[in-house]
Design a protein around this ligand. Sequence first.
Ligand code: PHB
Ligand code: FE
Length: 344
Amino acid sequence: MAMKEDTGSAHISNPRKLALQNHFKVDPADNVTGYKSFEAGKFSFRRDEYFAYITTPKGAHTMSVDAFLRALMRDVAWGFFYGTVNFDPVFGTTNFYGEVDMFYGSLNEAYTSEGRDYIERFRSDELMAIFKEMVSDWTNEGFDPFSAPRETGVPWGAKNGDNDDAVSRQRVTARRMVGMPGDTPLRTDGNGFPVNVMFDDVEQGQPEVHAEPGFEAEVQAFNLFGYLSRSDVTWNPSVCSVVKDSLFCPTTEEYILPVEHGNDRCEWFIQLSDQITWNIKDGVSGRPKAVVAMKAGDVACMPADIRHQGFSPKRSMLLVWENGSPKVPELIREGKAPNVAVQF
Ligand code: PHB
Ligand code: FE
């Protein structure tokens, strides 16, 4: 995911002034489907052969279980990510870095205008424990929520084994840069990262590095296109280089970003290959704002007050550039930092 290991934030903001909930329960496997069900606060979660069901005091919500598991996997792997992870236009989480809001309809004008929205707050580690157990229990053998649909088996049916190797993948978070001594390694055939069939035309050569004596551990270069051509997952930005709070988080994309990401800071996209079409909506109301078609070489900056979801018809390479500073969301909420990176 696109975050450093430790955001280091001491102050946890709570704009809705919600009390922390501490009810969590894992119910035993259902006699018919074999899946466990889960409770966190007054939210409850159940799956059957095709669907995930979320129940709240203000109403129930149903999602196709493939979309739900792909979104849940991202929320888990990214530690609730930056800002809001909308699983769909109704349900999701908002990260306050130590604590997290879980909501039903709260960022959907059609629900809030009718008073049908519901939101609760949790300690991040406690909700994360439930989410991890849910993604593990609800993922069947052969289904990989990180894979493009053409590369994975199906999530449907009664409980059938698990895929814990896939759902517990450790994310790549370079401390300085991929390939530096002691840092996260380059990908090769030999360490389990063959070139993806959709990128078999990508040049695999590596740059030559001629460091001055004494600087061998300080100077590094690698073939980013070659590195990305060997990614085994989709829609999973990983930190590949770090300069203070500036994080380069490239990723390979195919099919649909499984979440509508609601930013809490500006976020730059550089389309490195092929094309992604982004649907942009208002972050709070969900009203549509723009459709952005990004072709190879295009650069966009997503404002801090929107949500976005990308559609990639072919496997493509995207560089997501984040400002990882934990101070940014509060500065934006207080009006001390702008929602946009550039004002004309
Ligand atoms: C994003 O929300 O900005 C995002 C998330 C995952 C990706 C790409 C972009 O793979
Ligand atoms: Fe985003």
